[in-house]
Design a binder for this molecule. Structure first.
Ligand SMILES: [Zn+2]
Length: 315
């Protein structure tokens, strides 16, 4: 609905001067903001960039003279960057009907920078359109949020993420489904998890076996070797446990079982022999372990506690 309003605004060129796109990361907020910016800048077409004119070609080459992007890789967005953006936006248009600014990861604006931006949003120069994109809308000052036209994005359906991964990334259907599930509907997160994934998947399956056999020292040394990759290993472990819990609770009505690969189904069925309390406690132990790691707890202690608990629940 909101997206329809936006495209209506585009068609009539009656656009708001500031938009806020918010929602989980990796669901296409920045992609859509860029698309809309390109459309606004294109003097040839109203509903999408024509992809032929000078404006569109320059935009695709990141060289458009009427478009300004702030895209922080790390750290914060300071007042100097925002002032610079505002000054540039106030200059005369070069070849497009609008001048457009886009601030990605707007939650990184410092308070000072956000206040500075607020003035422009309240009294925008003629023909200026600003896009703010954020995955943490609550981190932005309410005054700024309230003055923007808001567009909420939500997590994508699992099937859609899987389809995207298959078609655009050439992943196998099995892997695409696992990643779509583990990423909770975020293409960006799924892609992050995907790097070097095939191997991790095999290793994760045998991790459960090792723990169930009771060999927590081998399991511990495997975790230690893969410390840098825990961000993708832990969601996978959790995914298997959740699947098993749902099988336990829903039986045949848990439709995800039909889309799992043979190996995954085997593992999930084996785990589903445990009672649901044990599976829940194993998931909780995994959660505690993740928190321990994030809070820089002593690795050996956190790891040993986790494995001891997991072995207790899984065997
Ligand atoms: Zn064009």
């Amino acid at each position: 609905m909101q997206k329809e309003l936006l495209s209506h605004a585009l068609m009539s060129r009656r656009v708001h001067h500031a938009y806020l796109f918010f929602g989980p990361s990796g669901v296409g907020k920045k992609t859509l903001a860029l698309e809309v910016a390109k459309t606004l800048l294109c003097p040839e077409s109203f509903d999408a960039g024509c992809n032929r004119c000078r404006s569109c070609l320059l935009f695709d080459a990141s060289l458009h003279p009427d478009f300004f992007l702030i895209s922080p890789k790390t750290g914060t967005i300071g007042i100097d960057e925002v002032r610079d953006l505002i000054e540039r936006l106030a200059l005369k248009r070069v070849l497009s009907p609008f001048r457009v600014g886009l601030i990605d990861e707007a939650e990184k604006l410092t308070e000072e920078a956000a206040n500075c931006l607020l003035k422009t949003v309240e009294e925008p120069p003629e023909g200026v359109v600003l896009f703010l994109v954020t995955s943490q809308v609550l981190a932005l000052p309410g005054t700024l949020v309230s003055r923007c036209q808001k567009l909420a994005f939500s997590a994508l359906p699992e099937e859609l993420v899987a389809k995207y991964l298959e078609e655009h990334e050439g992943l196998s259907p099995d892997l695409a489904r696992v990643l779509a599930f583990a990423s909770s509907g975020s293409i960006g997160e799924a892609l992050r998890l995907a790097r070097g994934m095939e191997n991790a998947l095999v290793a994760v399956r045998s991790f459960f076996e090792t723990v169930q056999e009771g060999d927590i020292f081998r399991a511990g040394s495997w975790l230690s070797q893969h410390r840098e990759e825990l961000y993708r290993i832990l969601p996978l472990l959790a995914g298997y446990l959740r699947d098993a819990l749902f099988v336990r609770l829903l039986g045949d009505r848990y439709h995800r079982m039909t889309v799992l690969s043979r190996e995954d189904r085997c593992l999930v069925e084996r785990l589903a022999h445990l009672d649901s309390g044990a599976l829940r406690r194993a998931l909780a132990a995994l959660g505690t372990f993740s928190e321990d790691i994030l809070s820089n707890a002593q690795w050996d202690v956190a790891c040993f506690h986790f494995l001891l608990k997991l072995r207790g629940e899984l065997s």
